[in-house]
Ligand binder design. Sequence first.
Ligand SMILES: Cc1cc2nc3c(=O)[nH]c(=O)nc-3n(C[C@H](O)[C@H](O)[C@H](O)COP(=O)(O)OP(=O)(O)OC[C@H]3O[C@@H](n4cnc5c(N)ncnc54)[C@H](O)[C@@H]3O)c2cc1C
Length: 396
Amino acid sequence: MKDIAIVGGGPAGALCGERLASHGFNVTIFDERLAWEKPCGGGLTHKAIQAYPFLLEGSHPKKIVRTAELISGGGHRARFEMSHPIVIYARKVLNGLLLDRAIAAGCTAVRSRVTSVDTDGAQVYLTVGGETRRSDFVVLAAGARNQLLPGTTALGTKDLEVTLGYFVPTEEDILKVKFLKEFEGYMWSFPRADHLSVGICAKMGQSPAQQLRRHLDQFVDEEKIPMAGARFYSHMLPSPQAQTIRNRRIVGRNWAMAGDAAACVDPVTGEGLYYALRSGDLLAQALADGQPQAYPERLRAAFSADLELAAQIARKIFRGNFLGGAITTRMVQLLNYSPAFRDLIRDVFSGTQDYRTLKQRLWDQFGITLVEFIRSWFGFRGLAGATDGVGREYLP
Ligand SMILES: Cc1cc2nc3c(=O)[nH]c(=O)nc-3n(C[C@H](O)[C@H](O)[C@H](O)COP(=O)(O)OP(=O)(O)OC[C@H]3O[C@@H](n4cnc5c(N)ncnc54)[C@H](O)[C@@H]3O)c2cc1C
């Protein structure tokens, strides 16, 4: 295997290309737009920065955000410092940076749409801008809307989320997330270097688009975000079910998928950038080792078993109840009253707390959280040390 075609020059395709070219493969990346402002929050958690430090170290414009605010469906608020900052990029900048690295490593980047892929023969044939191109292997990293599916199935309605939002030309330092009652999804405001990405995500088929837009417009009003010059966007986001993560085929004899196309997204938070980068990286390593079939197992060991667990609890987090109120509301309240719980949420938001150990950690510190909460509830707020919380309220 020598020539590798990559369809999609987003984070998954570009990083995969960079790594493959460094291993001596002839790599061509086809992307219909190359670097573009893909609808996205653009937030990279600490695990992404740890794995790919160049994302923090380079001089490209980005916003480093240390403070987050969670808002419950009933309007409770909790503000906290994250244990590690989130680094937020405009996607045009991030994609450009990753493609530049791929090209510097030896990839050829072609701005063109791939309309078909034929993997039946000894070689792969791609139709690119009306012409036929040939390669030994094809990496499909064409995102959530990927239509190129040799030997596998498309992501179904239950594996997808609808997102819509605005790019708003204003500046802010705090990342905000707002939950809604009985709603599988959330709203966000992510500050970037010179604008905000504000949006809403929800399970596909559960809420009409007009309703989502109404929720979002209300959020924008409540947060007093100045909307002059705002640009609307909408896109799909994978939110895979556990069985999709476990069973969907993502590699064949001469093809493999990475990133959103392979459904590598956290079904609770919607984080996909880290998983796109990591899946592209792991795929490149498996190809360089001459073991493409080992790719799913390596993905599972690295993160997909954890994402499967996330898929099993996603609905409970957004729709479940605890102590007579919504889990998301209790989460915001506990953040204000319990320093131990706040530490846990800090790690969740920074991307350093995985789902596999989350349950154990919650159990281990349940007693402490409860004592801190009760002390605070009965007025010993000083003992609870909740000094950086805002808008604290008692349980209804
Ligand atoms: C609204 C929204 C907010 C999000 N916020 C965050 C966030 O804050 N943090 C986070 O970690 N994740 C976030 N995500 C998820 C993240 O955007 C994706 O997981 C990530 O972009 C996946 O990278 P990828 O390389 O797999 O796909 P993409 O980034 O979608 O790249 C696919 C590329 O393929 C190209 N392409 C597609 N079809 C073809 C074709 N036929 N021929 C040629 N080229 C083609 C496209 O032009 C595109 O450049 C968000 C997603 C959405 C929708």
